[in-house]
Design a protein around this ligand. Sequence first.
Ligand SMILES: [Zn+2]
Length: 96
Amino acid sequence: MSETVLKILIDELNLIRLVCEKCGAALELSIDRLNGSGSIQTLTCPAGCGNIYRVPASHRSDTLAKLAEVVRDLKQVKGCRIEFVLQVKPDHGRVE
Ligand SMILES: [Zn+2]
């Protein structure tokens, strides 16, 4: 069976999007500027719907800053390309 695969080079990964599950508004955070000063534990929906973004109590550290730090570190790797791979599911609504 044929498949479509999307490969995203980590070098091209510059933004993290937080999409509100309540209203769909998105907050884009730059990986280059994301550090420990902005914690997801303190974020609320940018559209003002009142939704508060929560991290489980067992993970009370700045998880977004950690993710950004790891991405920045991986961008410095020499000798190989690091890619995220997404398998694109077939369009179930297509006409055959
Ligand atoms: Zn919202």
